[in-house]
Design a protein around this ligand. Structure first.
Ligand code: GRF
Length: 203
């Protein structure tokens, strides 16, 4: 399975994918890491793992359509099967979505459709819900929408701090995203005519 990973910041989820690949339990290669920010720490993680990187220059950053076409072309050239958003703080535009139909994935730190948006962990925490979690879904033109592939709950225990919840969410993300990528590598993910995703049994 050939992957392109889109990041903007820390890149801990990128690292989790790299670690699984290196451990031999994820049957994939990362062909390119694209960062919307040249200063993203995730670019260092990619370079350390010997992965090619592309950082959007400020000029490109301010021109979303052009940026999107550049990214789509770079990923197409490398024949990636899936575009994996991991903390990518921009919307993927029509050029990428058209080049990779139903093959752009997003990771969201809440149980969608609850708490979409950029502050999902804090929003859930402040709302008083007792269970939140992590969602992996297929991205479409709307933020944090699109068919859900996998979700994992995280309980908000009495007395838990926001920092503790963040740590718990990130720990789940670092397992769930590589797990989903392995399901894709095993060709076990299907979408039905209603747009509902099903996971086929192993073997
Ligand atoms: C993750 O919490 C992800 O769910 C959200 O942004 C964060 C990215 O973290 N979309 P990292 O850059 O992978 O460390």
């Amino acid at each position: 399975l050939k992957l392109g990973v889109l990041i903007s910041g820390e890149g801990s989820n990128l690292q989790a994918v790299i670690d699984r690949i290196e451990a031999g339990s994820l049957d994939a290669t990362i062909e390119l890491v694209v960062s919307s920010r040249p200063s993203a720490n995730g670019l260092k993680r990619a370079a350390k793992a010997g992965i090619q990187t592309l950082a959007l220059s400020p000029e490109l950053y301010t021109n979303p359509e052009v940026a999107d076409e550049v990214i789509a072309n770079q990923l197409l050239q490398r024949h990636v099967d899936y575009v994996v958003m991991a903390g990518y703080m921009r919307k993927v535009g029509p050029a990428i979505l058209a080049a990779f139909p139903n093959s752009v994935l997003n990771l969201h730190p809440a149980l969608l459709p609850s708490f979409p948006g950029a502050h999902a962990i804090e929003d859930a925490y402040l709302s008083g819900v007792k269970v939140t979690g992590v969602t992996v879904h297929i991205a479409n033109a709307e933020y944090d929408q699109g068919p859900i592939i996998a979700q994992e709950p995280v309980r908000i225990e009495e007395g838990m701090s926001l920092g503790e919840l963040e740590a718990a969410i990130h720990a789940v993300e670092h397992e769930l995203y590589p797990d989903v990528l392995q399901l894709l590598a095993e060709d076990r993910v299907r979408m039905d005519e209603l747009g509902v995703v099903h996971i086929l049994p192993a073997g």
